[in-house]
Design a protein around this ligand. Structure first.
Ligand SMILES: Cc1ncc(COP(=O)(O)O)c(C=O)c1O
Length: 371
């Protein structure tokens, strides 16, 4: 046993529990056909342009990447119609979350977030000595009024996950803008928009339009979801250039590798891949929502590439039985939803296979019996 003591904050956290990898289940069950609908990845892969860019970059593995991804920054800034000094890239948007807490959170600073939301906010706040203040949601949606009421003299940062993971819900545009207006300027408001590209309703706030007006407003986005580059690890934050400058001082120098930089760059040219993904995702989501409804299994209104469904049975049992049938989803019991499961929208085939497996599982006596 090691007698070396870690920092006291380490007692409060555990290792991140990811969606089960396909390879792991294949090894465990000795089966080859496994479908993963657990981590909100893009089931259509990534753009062929991105894949070609990665192949072309192979010859440069011996070179470090450029530390601020300047070529990608230039192109993305034009794409988003913002000043490139507002951008910072991370090893996934996960890293931007960590950089924000590491740069701004001091011992006992309070950070407000929803319960339940993306778990990395809480973990990073704790590691950096802050105090997570979790505010109960209303029917799977952020309760911005209650979050506003939770602000104290100690509040330093607020996370709004929009759309929210794991529920898939969004907050209304007017409501979010009023919330941002009401937050004192010394508190950082981080709007995590990892699923931004999947949203298509007018009632969704374009946060970038308000960055000038609210220098404490930050948006987080990623190439992991609709762009299908999760394994390469590249996400970004859009923020006031002064905040970006502070985060740049804090980041690991070579945080975004060369493959990630060129793949992200090439992805921006492939509108067709993006539009197809959106169209197919919408159709798949409608199909899954309808099928669940037919079985009287309600789900939260989703604006993303996943749905959170109430199976009305213990989620852990449903999860384990689906695993036996080669289907990986995310059980809600670990997130405070004991009977719900989060299912990533798959390809047409995957969605059908999921419903078929779910039907089998719902009929099992041992799953239906509570306890
Ligand atoms: C809401 C949200 N934010 C951030 C992330 C992190 O994404 P990445 O680090 O791959 O950019 C995820 C990943 O699932 C997410 O769901």
């Amino acid at each position: 046993m090691s007698t070396v003591k870690p920092r006291k904050q380490m007692e409060q956290i555990a290792m991140y529990a990811p969606g089960k990898p396909v390879e792991e289940l294949q090894r465990e069950l000795g089966i080859t056909h496994v479908i993963k609908m657990a981590s909100n990845e893009n089931p259509y892969g990534s753009s062929p342009l991105a894949q070609q860019a990665v192949q072309n970059e192979i010859k440069n593995t011996h070179y470090y990447p450029e530390i601020t991804a300047p070529v990608l920054a230039e192109k993305l800034a034009a794409h988003l119609n913002i000043d490139k000094n507002r951008l910072i890239f991370g090893n996934g948007s996960d890293e931007i979350i960590r950089l924000l807490t590491r740069t701004y959170i001091e011992e006992n600073d309070e950070v407000i977030m929803a319960s339940v939301t993306f778990p990395r906010y809480k973990t990073n706040v704790i590691i950096d000595g802050g105090v997570p203040v979790e505010v109960e949601m209303k029917e799977g949606t952020h309760d911005l009024q209650a979050m506003r009421a939770a602000i104290t003299d100690k509040t330093k940062m607020i996370f709004v996950c929009n759309p929210n993971n794991p529920t898939g819900t969004i907050v209304g545009a007017k409501e979010l803008l009023e919330f941002i207006e009401s937050v004192p300027a010394h508190i950082v408001v981080v709007v995590d928009e990892a699923y931004y590209e999947y949203v298509h309703t007018d009632d969704y706030l374009e946060t970038l339009d308000y960055m000038e007006q609210y220098p404490n407003l930050i948006s987080l986005r990623t190439f992991s979801k609709i762009y299908g580059l999760a394994s390469l690890r590249v996400g970004y934050g859009i923020m006031h250039p002064d905040i970006a400058g502070e985060l740049l001082k804090n980041k690991d120098p070579f945080n975004v590798n060369r493959f990630a930089q060129v793949a992200a760059l090439a992805s921006l040219d492939d509108e067709e891949f993006m539009n197809n993904t959106k169209t197919w995702n919408d159709a798949g989501r409608r199909y899954l929502e309808d099928e669940c409804q037919k079985r009287e299994l309600p789900s939260f209104p989703s604006h993303t590439n996943f749905i959170m469904v109430d199976t009305k049975r213990p989620a852990e049992k449903v999860y384990n039985e689906l695993l036996k049938r080669g289907v990986i989803i995310r059980p809600g019991h670990m997130m405070g939803y004991p009977t719900m499961i989060r299912v990533t929208i798959g390809t047409e085939d995957e969605n059908h296979l999921f419903i078929k497996a779910l039907d089998e599982v719902l009929q099992l006596q041992e799953v239906t019996e509570r306890g």
